[in-house]
Design a protein around this ligand. Structure first.
Ligand SMILES: Nc1ncnc2c1ncn2[C@@H]1O[C@H](COP(=O)(O)OP(=O)(O)OP(=O)(O)O)[C@@H](O)[C@H]1O
Ligand SMILES: [Mg+2]
Length: 279
C-alpha cells in the first residue's frame, strides 16, 4: 500500500528531483514491528525533519537508509532504480553519509585525519599527512568553516557543534548525495545549534538531500522544509513546513490529529490509517 505525500505541492522552490525512495518498508524485530509499510521520498535540495515519539521507529528507519539494517520487506530506490544497502559502506558508496549520534569521529586523531577517515591520502605506503591537512583546510574554507581551528589539532578539542560541522563538511566535501543526521543538536547550546543549522542549510543549498531526526519541535520548525511524522512505526503525516506551530506538530505526534479525524489509536496500531496528508 502506498501512502500519499505532498511531493507534488511544489511549495519549496529549490527542491530538486526525488533522489531516494523508500517503498513499503517494514522492519520486524521478532514480534516487534518497528516499521510498518513506510513510504518516504527524499529529494535533492530539501531538508526533511523526521519526528515522532520515543520508539516510533525513527532510528530504525535511519539505519535502514544507511545500510545498518536490512528491511524485512519493502524496497529502496535511488534515482528510480532498486538498490540494496548491505552495509554502511555500501550506502556511503551510493552517496548516503550518515552522522550518527556519536558522530563517528576519533578523538585522538586530528581534524584532518578525521576528515579523511576511510579515504586517506597516501604517498606510496605512507599516509600523506601534509596533503590531507592542506586539502582539509581548503575544503573547510570552501564550505565556510575556514576559521574553525588548525586542522592538525585533535578532534577532542572541538565543541559538539564543531564536531557536527566536521561531519557535515565531510559529506559535502566528498560529494555525497544525501546526508542523514540522528538527533544532531540534542547535546548542543542554542548558539551551536544555530551554527549547525547554517551548515545543514549550506549542504541543502548545494543540492544534498538531508534527513534529520529531531526531538525538539521548535528546532525542527526552524530547519525542515518538510516534516515526516512516525507514530508506532507508521508514517502518519508527510507535510510541507508552512509554519505550523509547535502545538500542531505535537498533535501529529500524539493523538490530537487522529482524534480530530475520528480515528483512534487502536486503528493506527492495526494499520487502518496509513497516512494523513495535510498542508
Ligand atoms: N535491535 C532491536 N531489537 C529489537 N527491537 C528493536 C531494535 N531496535 C529497535 N527496536 C524496537 O523498535 C521500535 C522502534 O525503535 P527506534 O529506536 O527506531 O525508535 P525511535 O523512534 O528512534 O525512538 P527514540 O526517539 O527513543 O530514539 C521500538 O519499539 C524499539 O524497542
Ligand atoms: Mg532513536
Amino acid at each position: 500500500m502506498s501512502a500519499p505525500t505532498t511531493s507534488e505541492a511544489g511549495t519549496h522552490g529549490a527542491r530538486g528531483p526525488v533522489w531516494l525512495e523508500a517503498r513499503g518498508i517494514t522492519k520486524q524485530f521478532g514480534a516487534v514491528i518497528a516499521l510498518a509499510d513506510v513510504d518516504v521520498s527524499i529529494s535533492l535540495g530539501e531538508v526533511i525533519g523526521l519526528i515522532g515519539d520515543n520508539g516510533s521507529g525513527k532510528s530504525t528507519f535511519v539505519k535502514i537508509l544507511s545500510g545498518v539494517y536490512q528491511p524485512s520487506s519493502g524496497s529502496l530506490l535511488v534515482e528510480g532504480k532498486p538498490v540494496r544497502f548491505h552495509s554502511a559502506a555500501d550506502a556511503r558508496a551510493m552517496g548516503v553519509e550518515t552522522v550518527h549520534q556519536d558522530l563517528g569521529l576519533v578523538d585522538s586523531m586530528s581534524i584532518a585525519r578525521n576528515f579523511f577517515l576511510g579515504a586517506e591520502r597516501r604517498k606510496g605506503p605512507f599516509l600523506d599527512l601534509k596533503r590531507m591537512e592542506r586539502e582539509t583546510t581548503a575544503m573547510l574554507k570552501e564550505i565556510g568553516l575556514g576559521n574553525l581551528r588548525a586542522v592538525g589539532q585533535d578532534v577532542s578539542k572541538l565543541s559538539g557543534g564543531e564536531r557536527q560541522a566536521i561531519s557535515i563538511g565531510r559529506a559535502v566535501a566528498f560529494q555525497r548525495k544525501m546526508l542523514i543526521l540522528d538527533e544532531p543538536t540534542s547535546a548542543l547550546s542554542i548558539q551551536e545549534t544555530q551554527k549547525v543549522f547554517e551548515f545543514i542549510r549550506a549542504a541543502r543549498d548545494r543540492g544534498l538531500a538531508v534527513l534529520t531526526v529531531m526531538h525538539n519541535l521548535e528546532q525542527v520548525r526552524d530547519i525542515a522544509d518538510r516534516f515526516v511524522v512516525f507514530y508506532h512505526g507508521h508514517k502518519i503525516a508527510d507535510i510541507v513546513n508552512t509554519g505550523q506551530s509547535e502545538a500542531d506538530l505535537a498533535h501529529y505526534i500524539i493523538e490530537g490529529k487522529l482524534a480530530e479525524m475520528g480515528v483512534d489509536r487502536d486503528q493506527v496500531d492495526t494499520g487502518v490509517v496509513r497516512a494523513i496528508t495535510a498542508e
